[in-house]
Design a protein. Structure first.
Length: 222
C-alpha cells in the first residue's frame, strides 16, 4: 500500500515531527566530515517517482526538491555525485526479488529510466542494480575508493528498502553514513520512520537536509 503520508506543503512540519521521534534512538555524535563525502541518489526513476509509474510513491514528489538541493550543493562544493536505478535485464535471474515481489522493473523500459529532473552530468555515474543494495554487483565501491570517500550521503527511495540496505552496507564497509531524514521517501510513514529509527540507532546520522546544506555551503571548493 502506497500512501501520500507527506506532501511538499507538509514536509517541513513532518520533518520536525520525525526529528523528535528519532531523538531517543540517535547516537549523540557530531556529523561526519563532509570534505570527503559523496552523494548517492537512489532509484529516483519513473517506476517510483513518476505519477504514471507502476510503483509510484506519492511521497517522492515531496522530497524531490530536497534531493535536488543536495545534488546542487554537492556539485557546488566540488564533491562527487552518483545515481542508481533499479532494473533487471531479460537474461538476468530475478532471484529473491522476483520470488518476493512477483514483479520486476525491466531494463530498457520507461519505468527504469531516471526522471529528467535529476539530469546527471558528464562524469556522474548511474549504477544499475538488481538488488536492494547499491553495492551488489555494481561499480559503486570502486568509484567511492577512487574518490577517497569517507562519508556517504544516501538519499532517494525507498527509505526502508534500497536506501536502508545501501546505508547499512556502506557502514559495514567502514564508511560514515548520512541519511537525510527529509530527502528519502517510502510507501508509508510507518515504514519510513521505522527505517530511520534503525539507521539512527546503529548505522547513520539522520539530520534534516537543511543541516547538511549549511555544512556543504561552508565546505571549501576543490
Amino acid at each position: 500500500m502506497r500512501t501520500e503520508y507527506v506532501t511538499a506543503r507538509s514536509l517541513a512540519r513532518a520533518a520536525k515531527r520525525w526529528r523528535a521521534a528519532l531523538r531517543p534512538w540517535a547516537r549523540r555524535k557530531p556529523l561526519p566530515d563532509l570534505r570527503r563525502a559523496a552523494l548517492l541518489v537512489v532509484d529516483l526513476e519513473h517506476a517510483f517517482a513518476d505519477p504514471r509509474g507502476d510503483a509510484f510513491l506519492p511521497a517522492a514528489a515531496a522530497v524531490l526538491p530536497r534531493v535536488l538541493a543536495l545534488r546542487d550543493a554537492f556539485r557546488a562544493a566540488g564533491l562527487p555525485v552518483a545515481f542508481t536505478r533499479h532494473a533487471h535485464r531479460p537474461d538476468e535471474c530475478g532471484g529473491s526479488m522476483s520470488r518476493h515481489w512477483r514483479w520486476l522493473i525491466r531494463e530498457r523500459t520507461a519505468q527504469a529510466r531516471l526522471i529528467p529532473e535529476l539530469a546527471p552530468r558528464r562524469g556522474e555515474p548511474v549504477f544499475r542494480k538488481a538488488q536492494y543494495s547499491a553495492f551488489r554487483r555494481t561499480g559503486l565501491a570502486r568509484w567511492l575508493r577512487r574518490h577517497h570517500t569517507g562519508t556517504l550521503v544516501v538519499a532517494g527511495v525507498m527509505t526502508h528498502l534500497c536506501v536502508e540496505t545501501t546505508a547499512r552496507e556502506a557502514f559495514v564497509r567502514e564508511l560514515d553514513v548520512v541519511v537525510p531524514l527529509d530527502a528519502t521517501a517510502s510507501s508509508d510513514e510507518t515504514l519510513h520512520l521505522g527505517a530511520l529509527r534503525a539507521l539512527a540507532n546503529g548505522f547513520a546520522s539522520v539530520p534534516p537536509t537543511s543541516t547538511l546544506l549549511r555544512l556543504l555551503h561552508a565546505t571549501p571548493h576543490t
